[in-house]
Design a protein around this ligand. Structure first.
Ligand SMILES: [Zn+2]
Ligand SMILES: [Zn+2]
Ligand SMILES: [Zn+2]
Length: 217
């Protein structure tokens, strides 16, 4: 049997709920209805108006962040318990890429930067080895960053490995842990301009002369 981990970053506070009127069992049932059987590991009364619910994974915790319906159908507000910092490293990116490019890319994803961008050095020297790292605070809806992130190198965009603690697989388009990039509902096809599929899966009619998709002509 797997060991249960009661982790702070998998704990959600359900706010504005009467802990007198709404029983713990109702909270468990309502949440497991969304996250699956046995995914709730702990439900602790915080005060008379909130419950702290620990789930078995960060991705299950994220599923109830947008709110949860319990018994009386009220959409209870939920918030993550932690505001821990996460150290994000970008591996072996070109030395001439500006720190601001890194900061801008993280800020675009609503990530708060709480330290300068540091450069790792070759041990025993002051020479940068290409890897840069920065302390961040992720907003509640960001569970993890993708395994690689795009940077402009001259005129082209290149992807570099991005690593941090507790990293799980997320969509590189919208950072959702629920689907991978090719199934992202927000993606725009660069073959036809429609939303919801990648060009490899595009079914739009091709030009009868050059056999190209509308945007590729
Ligand atoms: Zn997505
Ligand atoms: Zn398309
Ligand atoms: Zn054509």
């Amino acid at each position: 049997m797997e060991i249960k981990r009661y982790s702070r970053d998998c704990t959600i506070r359900v706010i504005g709920i009467s802990t007198e009127k709404v029983q713990t069992i109702s909270v468990i049932r309502a949440i497991e209805h969304v996250t699956g059987l046995n995914s709730v590991l702990a439900v602790v009364k915080d005060d008379s108006s909130s419950y702290d619910v620990t789930l078995d994974s960060k991705s299950n915790a994220a599923k109830i962040l947008s709110g949860v319906e319990i018994l009386d159908k009220k959409d209870y507000e939920c918030s993550l318990m932690y505001s821990d910092t996460t150290v994000v490293s970008f591996m072996y990116i070109p030395a001439f890429i500006d720190d601001d490019d890194i900061i801008d890319m993280l800020r675009d994803r609503e990530i708060k930067i709480v330290s300068p961008v540091f450069r790792r050095v070759v041990p025993g020297t002051q020479v940068a080895d290409g890897t840069r790292f920065v302390k961040c605070v992720f907003p509640p809806h960001v569970i993890a960053l993708p395994w690689s992130m795009p940077f402009k190198v001259g005129k082209t965009t290149k992807y570099y490995k991005c690593v941090h603690n507790n990293q799980t697989k997320v969509c590189s388009e919208c950072l959702s842990p629920e689907h991978v990039h090719k199934h992202c509902p927000y993606i725009i096809c660069n073959g036809c301009g429609a939303q919801g599929h990648v060009v490899r899966r595009c079914r739009s009619a091709k030009c009868e002369h050059c056999h190209e998709l509308p945007l590729k002509v």
